[in-house]
Ligand binder design. Structure first.
Ligand code: SF4
Length: 369
C-alpha cells in the first residue's frame, strides 16, 4: 500500500469517527515517521481464550501437539478486569488464536461482556461446540466456521478429530436461531481452507454456502510452515497460493509480497495469549517474542516496553532477519469498525450445566494432551 493510499485510508477512518480513531491516527503516523514509541493504546487486540483444541490439524502447532507454550484457558476474571481497563481505547477484538474458542465454557459470557463495552468482537471456530443460542446471547459481531472439505473424508484429512456433519448441523442451527432474532448483529461466515486434497470441491462449497444462506463464503488460501507441509498440502492450482512460485521452484518458501522494513500491525495491534503474555502478532504461536504480560503490567506499558520498541526497530531496519516476518505479507492496515454496544436483551444462553461440564472435561483433556 503506497504512502498516499495509507494516508487517505487513515483520514477516511478519522472522518468516520470510530472508537479509538485518535490512537489509530497517532500510531499510524508514528509508523510512517518510523518512530517506535511513544504509542497510544493499540485499537485492535487478538486475545486467545485457549491454546487447547479438540482437533488435530496437521498444519498447526496445537494440532500437531508441537506447541512450545504451556496449554491453558483464559481466566474470565482477569479477562473482565482487562476489558474494563482497555474498553475506552479498543475498537476490535479477535477472540481466537491457537485453540478452539468454544472449548472455553465462559466464551459466550466473555464475548457479551466485551460487546456491552461497545467493542466489536469476532472469532473463528471449528464449530464442534458452538451453541446457537449462546452465540445470539453473546451479541458477537462475526463468527467464522472453517471447513476442511465437503465430505467427511476430505474435511478430516485436515480437520482431524472433528466431524463435518456436526459442523454443518451447528452452522444450520445458528442460521435458524438468527432468523428468530432479527435484532442480532451476528455476521455468519463460512471459510473453506483450500488444499491439495479438496481443491476440486470449491464449486460445491460455494453452491452449498449460498443455499444454506450464510452471509460470507470465504475461500481461504492455505498457510504452511515449511516445504514439507507445502508439498503435502498446497493446492495444484496456484491461484490459491499466497507463496512465490519461482522461489518455491528453488526450494524456498516465501510469500509473493514481502514487506520491506515496515508493518502497520505492530503499531496498531497486539496478540495476547491466554495467560496475558503478549507477542507482536499472530505469527508467533510458540511465544518466542514475549513482550510482557498485560494482565500484570497493563496494556500500554507492554505496548511501549523496551522489548516492543526493540522488536519494532528490528522490523524497521532488518525485517529480513526477523523470523516471524519471513512467511508474512504484512497485510496492509487493520480495519476499524464502528459498533454500538449491545442494546437488546435476550435470555441467557441455554446450554445446560451438564453440557458445560462435558465441554469443560474435553477442554481439560485437550490442555493435558
Ligand atoms: S510477521 Fe512481521 S510483518 Fe507480519 S504482522 Fe508480524 S511483525 Fe508484521
Amino acid at each position: 500500500m503506497s504512502l498516499i493510499s495509507k494516508t487517505r485510508t487513515v483520514f477516511r477512518i478519522a472522518r468516520a469517527n470510530p472508537k479509538g480513531w485518535r490512537s489509530y491516527v497517532w500510531n499510524t503516523g508514528m509508523a510512517q515517521m518510523r518512530k517506535t514509541w511513544p504509542l497510544m493504546a493499540p485499537v485492535y487486540l487478538s486475545i486467545e481464550p485457549t491454546n487447547a483444541c479438540n482437533a488435530q490439524c496437521p498444519v498447526c502447532e496445537t494440532g500437531k501437539n508441537e506447541m512450545a507454550r504451556k496449554k491453558g484457558l483464559l481466566d474470565p476474571d482477569a479477562y473482565r478486569d482487562f476489558i474494563d481497563q482497555v474498553a475506552p481505547t479498543t475498537n476490535s477484538i479477535l477472540l481466537y488464536f491457537m485453540g478452539e474458542t468454544f472449548l472455553h465454557k465462559h466464551a459466550y459470557d466473555m464475548i457479551r461482556y466485551t460487546r456491552d463495552k461497545g467493542i466489536y468482537v469476532e472469532t473463528c471456530t471449528n464449530g464442534d461446540f458452538v451453541d446457537a443460542k449462546g452465540i445470539i446471547y453473546s451479541d458477537i459481531n462475526k463468527i467464522s466456521f472453517q471447513l476442511g472439505g465437503m465430505t467427511e473424508e476430505t474435511h478430516q484429512r485436515y480437520r482431524a478429530g472433528t466431524s463435518l456433519a456436526k459442523e454443518h448441523a451447528k452452522l444450520i442451527e445458528l442460521i435458524e436461531e438468527r432468523r428468530k432474532h432479527p435484532e442480532s448483529n451476528v455476521q455468519i461466515e463460512v471459510g473453506f481452507i483450500v488444499m491439495r486434497h479438496n481443491e476440486h470441491e470449491v464449486p460445491a462449497f460455494l453452491k452449498w454456502a449460498e443455499e444454506i444462506g450464510v452471509d460470507v463464503a470465504n475461500i481461504i488460501d492455505p498457510c504452511v510452515r515449511n516445504m514439507f507441509e507445502a508439498y503435502a498440502y498446497l493446492p495444484k492450482d496456484k491461484t490459491y497460493w499466497y507463496y512465490d512460485d519461482e522461489a518455491f521452484e528453488a526450494g524456498i518458501l516465501q510469500p509473493r509480497v514481502l514487506p520491506q522494513n515496515e508493518c502497520m500491525w505492530i503499531w496498531n495491534s497486539l496478540q495476547i495469549n491466554w495467560n496475558g503474555e503478549a507477542v507482536p502478532c499472530c505469527r508467533d504461536p510458540n511465544g518466542k517474542h514475549i513482550l510482557g504480560n498485560v494482565f500484570e503490567d497493563g496494556l500500554l506499558s507492554v505496548f511501549n516496553s523496551k522489548k516492543a520498541r526493540d522488536f519494532r526497530k528490528q522490523v524497521l531496519t532488518k525485517q529480513g532477519d526477523v523470523d516471524l516476518c519471513k512467511l508474512c505479507s504484512g497485510y496492509g492496515l487493520p480495519t476499524m469498525q464502528k459498533e454500538k454496544p449491545a442494546e437488546f436483551s435476550v435470555i441467557r444462553h441455554t446450554t445446560s450445566s451438564e453440557e458445560l461440564d462435558e465441554i469443560e472435561e474435553i477442554a481439560k483433556q485437550a490442555v493435558q494432551r
